[in-house]
Write a protein that binds this ligand. Sequence first.
Ligand SMILES: Cc1cc2nc3c(=O)[nH]c(=O)nc-3n(C[C@H](O)[C@H](O)[C@H](O)COP(=O)(O)OP(=O)(O)OC[C@H]3O[C@@H](n4cnc5c(N)ncnc54)[C@H](O)[C@@H]3O)c2cc1C
Length: 458
Amino acid sequence: MDRYVIVGNGVAGVKAAEVIRQRDPRSSITMISNEKYPFYFRPQLASYAAGKITDAQITARKEAFYQRNKIELIIGKSVTKVSPGERQVTLGDGSAFPYDALLLATGCSLQTLDFPGADKTDDIVKLMTLEDAKRLRQKMKAGKRAAVVGDGFLTTALIDALLGGGMEVVYLIPEDRFWPDVMDADASRIMEVRIQERGVEVVKNAQVKEVVVKGGVMAGLRLTDGKLVRCELAGLKGAMRPNVAFLEGNGVRVESGIVVDERMRTSVKDVYAAGDVVQLAEMPPELPLINVRWLKAWRQGQVAGANMAGDKMEYEEYACFSSTQVAGVDLVAIGVSNPPDGGYKIMRGEYPHPELDIYKKLVLKDDRVVGALLIGDVAEASEVHRAIRQGKKIDEMDETLLRQMFDLSFPLTRYQGIVCPVCKLVMSISPDMKLGDTITCPSCGIEIKITRELLARK
Ligand SMILES: Cc1cc2nc3c(=O)[nH]c(=O)nc-3n(C[C@H](O)[C@H](O)[C@H](O)COP(=O)(O)OP(=O)(O)OC[C@H]3O[C@@H](n4cnc5c(N)ncnc54)[C@H](O)[C@@H]3O)c2cc1C
């Protein structure tokens, strides 16, 4: 009988535990998390902070799940040391847990940049954990003003939460466009308009110089051009950092994240890692070393769990896949979705269209599809992802798929997909689905009813 220990109770850790239990009904599984809650849907934090969903609704696995799967769950405790020589992990309270196979699935934390003045106020907010969301609930007061700096879905999640809490929001975009890593200027414009339509004031090229605090109360953010953006709460730009401090000096190789091979093995025998904390040893050059994505963490947890239980499964990273909802709009970015100038061709049919909030494009290099961006309608996302994975050339792509993507008079028939509102996974919908049918998200397990609105995309 083996002893499996999993550090981290997020999607990567939980998926691994499920997979281990399926393959090994008898061994012991211990999961340790320094958060105080059972596994919850992290991408739902904005809805939770805004009071739109309850504790029960954000909880992804209730206590019964851990009992049924005979998983010992230790919450609210940090692992402070991993000792591969003794094959054990030690918690902050000194207790130790021996392992035969260990998974490190500790995710990332947001480290906000060190703006002068930020340490003088308690009104800097963020939204990475359930604890952050609970704190944000306390802090939000309808009618007050918040400033949010940054880009990407973590920033827009914070904006959603603040709007949901009845606050006025000013969004300070540091660059000349929203989310420049994945968006070109046209795509960004569509998103900016959608964000503004929700009542958010958008300021571009806004570089924050300092947080201005007067008499212990936040007065606002001072920009480098001297302007003061008045606010009572602020969400600041930050960088994602892997949670690896407890690994220092124990031989587990850490660079931008914990380095793993295609079977999610670290440099130390019987120690595996998965999810946001991981950096793959072999990375396609266009990919960011660390990328924070639910689907990726879920798949890596699956591969790690299978290998820990004695299988041989490989994880393949073929193109960074971001699926999310920004300002209520489905959005998928795959691979090189906003290439640097030169060497790439862009295919975008009739987009951007003056009357549609939909945008689709493919990015080609030497006629091979290497990236895509789909906004407002992600029907073809899974199929395009598959084509990129297979390294298809544009003339090898299914003609119906291309017509459906780029010819606006062509009906959405064969390929259909939506973003799961809970975990943001992209799901394919079968073309023969009818009103009232349900589909189950393979990642988070929630059931989604096919509504008139979804069918209207056909
Ligand atoms: C607000 C928000 C919105 C998001 N929206 C999207 C989205 O739209 N689409 C998308 O793809 N992704 C989204 N994500 C990202 C997605 O949630 C993450 O990619 C995913 O949760 C990563 O899972 P994980 O298991 O790797 O790590 P986590 O979910 O971060 O879990 C790691 C756990 O390990 C614990 N831990 C860390 N160190 C220790 C230690 N020393 N001892 C014990 N426990 C420890 C942590 O506290 C945490 O509970 C969003 C994230 C946030 C915060």
